[in-house]
Design a protein around this ligand. Sequence first.
Ligand code: ZN
Ligand code: ZN
Length: 58
Amino acid sequence: MATDSMICRVCDNEERASEGYPCDQCGTFICLICFFKGVVRCKDCTVKFGAAGSTENA
Ligand SMILES: [Zn+2]
Ligand SMILES: [Zn+2]
């Protein structure tokens, strides 16, 4: 098994890294399913920076 699977930091599912996206803030792995739901930040960054769309603290 040489799959490049990673654990999504939003839903904790194991998905292929090549089919995921990096967190908008820290670059950690987010799976394609969560990305399609509009999630662009991991759990930790959602707590720190809020949900997607809020770019107030530039
Ligand atoms: Zn996910
Ligand atoms: Zn993050």
